[in-house]
Ligand binder design. Structure first.
Ligand code: SAM
Length: 274
């Protein structure tokens, strides 16, 4: 960032509807994320740090994996999200999940963790190499760093038959990029882990596909959360046509293609700390 550039703003905001969107997204991705964490070596009795915990879905999923004798500490800088996460954890009766309000670049801990994990967080930090490097100080030797992040490039390649869907995805990516987030960070994790002093990570990619109205609404809901930022950046929603009918038109486009729409590719990367 240059001295004159505006400060970054978290593009998705923290409204109640964004919290609901995160919860629905988490339900859709739960199995993909759980498989990934188990393969990365997250397991029973571990003490795990969850970065950018949002309204608590990844922390609760990890709590299920580590069991009652494990522990999860979520780190989140937004107080509204933390309040919602704490309420959900209490409602779920989980006593081994706590949250701390902090920027992920400034985490302090006196006890080492067995693992540090996160989903859709490194894409939002200005210096993911520095964050991973400082994070690895908090993980015991042999412990695990495991992150799931996004990549949209494959989606554009396989969605050329869906012009409206592609236009919505383009606007979303441009909004993230202009807000200084990196929606393409997924494949770059290979380099980022190594620049942070970690071994070359094992990696995988999973692409959710669907044609049902809930799946199609995923796109509309993200654009709704991004809308204030789209307006602030003077980006145009014009290419998407009448906004109120966007979900129906996206649905009709996918139905007419007699195919499925593709959500972002979820790229997982994990390494043990040497
Ligand atoms: C897209 S949400 C993902 C939430 C959760 N990991 C999930 O997958 O459901 C990203 C979260 O990271 C938080 N966040 C973004 N930048 C952060 C930073 N530098 N420090 C702490 N939290 C941050 C946001 O407030 C938001 O709650």
């Amino acid at each position: 960032m240059t001295a004159n550039s505006p400060p970054s703003r978290y593009a998705l905001g923290s409204t109640d509807s964004e919290h609901e969107r995160l919860i629905q997204q988490a339900a859709r991705l739960a199995r993909c994320t759980e498989r990934f964490f188990r393969e990365a070596g997250i397991g029973k009795d571990q003490r795990v740090l969850d970065l950018g915990s949002g309204v608590g879905d990844v922390a609760m999923l990890v709590a299920k994996i580590v069991g009652p004798s494990g522990e999860v500490v979520g780190v989140e800088r937004d107080p509204r999200s933390i309040a919602r996460a704490k309420a959900r954890v209490a409602e779920a009766g989980l006593r081994n999940v706590s949250f701390t309000q902090s920027d992920v670049s400034q985490i302090a801990s006196t006890r080492p963790f067995d693992a540090a994990v996160g989903r859709f967080i490194l894409m939002f930090v200005p210096d993911p190499v520095a964050v991973l490097r400082s994070l690895s100080e908090l993980v015991r030797p042999g412990g695990i760093l495991a992150f799931q992040e996004s990549s949209w490039a494959p989606i554009f390649a396989i969605s050329t038959h869906l012009p409206l869907w592609s236009a919505a995805a383009s606007l979303m990516c441009e909004t993230f990029q202009r807000s200084r987030a990196n929606p393409e960070i997924g494949l770059a994790l290979y380099r980022i882990f190594q620049e942070a002093g970690l071994p070359a990570p094992a990696m995988q990619m999973e692409i959710p596909l669907g044609d049902d109205p809930d799946f199609i609404r995923w796109m509309y809901d993200v654009i709704c959360s991004l809308r204030p930022q789209i307006q602030q950046l003077n980006l145009s929603l014009g290419e998407l046509g009448d906004f109120d009918t966007l979900p129906e038109r996206l649905q009709a486009e996918v139905a007419a293609s007699n195919g499925v729409a593709s959500w972002m590719a979820v790229v997982g990367a994990w390494s043990p700390k040497a």
